[in-house]
Ligand binder design. Sequence first.
Ligand code: GLN
Length: 337
Amino acid sequence: MKTNLRFIILIILMLVNPLFKAIAQKELSYQAAIDHAYDKYKNLQEGKNADYIKELANVDPNIFGIAIVTTDGKVYSKGDLGQRVSIQSISKVFTLARLIEEQGPRAVAEKIGVDATGLRFNSIVAVELQKGKEINPLVNPGAIAAVSLVKGNDSVAKWKNILDTHNAFAGTKLLLNKPVYISEAGDNLRNQAIAHLLLAYGRMYFDPVQSTDIYTKQCAINVNAKELAVMASTLANGGVNPVTKEKVVSPETCAFTMGIMSTAGLYDDSGQWLYAVGLPAKSGVGGGLIAVCPGKFGIAVISPPLNAAGNSVKAQKAIFDIAKELGVNPFIVTPKK
Ligand code: GLN
């Protein structure tokens, strides 16, 4: 009996040991990849804070935070995790997911569109060219249309729906960056023009001024890199928040959402991004960038200075390096022998 038990324990250890080793190695590689990118780019001085929203010009350009949250809820990070910036266009992803969940993918394709415009995120020409069709919910016109469509009989109910959705994705109560909201709300005539143009083409589904205002508010939700990474990881995990375990949206909704992130997540640079990295992603002019590795993890980087297309310079470089080091481009496969 005693010999039997020893034998069993030995077998278990042999089985478990390599497994433990593999798990430990994987954990080390996430942290190592983050550390490498952080050290490589922390002193990089390229790009410029957005300043067309006046308050964004005042944000510390040196904020640099990186976080990975795996689909089993483990968190790896480095840098300024205590610092929050406004989520800006990254919010478009979560309102879109809520809308797909409420009305289905077809409604989004028909009432808004799911094609990349190939033009700037706040392009009026993009709306005009196709008479309000063939845009997508990850550029301003489609995002304001998404707000106009999301459930809620009045602007208070719509805003509550949107904020609740963001909170559920993040697994925490997110707060509004009031100075950013006030700054943009007092100066968003261009977005209002877009909303009115959509109305003229029958593609705005609620009051255009109120829709633009709610959209401006959602863009001013304050987040840090870890909160963004949890939001991205909820998409990676089929719509279940990997930390709180709450079911936020369905796996199908995540798939449709990530489809649009792949073609339009970095505005007119989306093609270059997918070409280089292979992961669905979304940027915001606050300096945040998220990417999703389906089934594995969500990653987020915050660094305010942007390139000409409005995407964070350091965040793009950091995620590019980390994804490469971790070998997670889904388009790279080992050929069968
Ligand atoms: N609130 C910003 C705007 O409407 C969001 C743009 C962005 O992040 N690209 O201009």
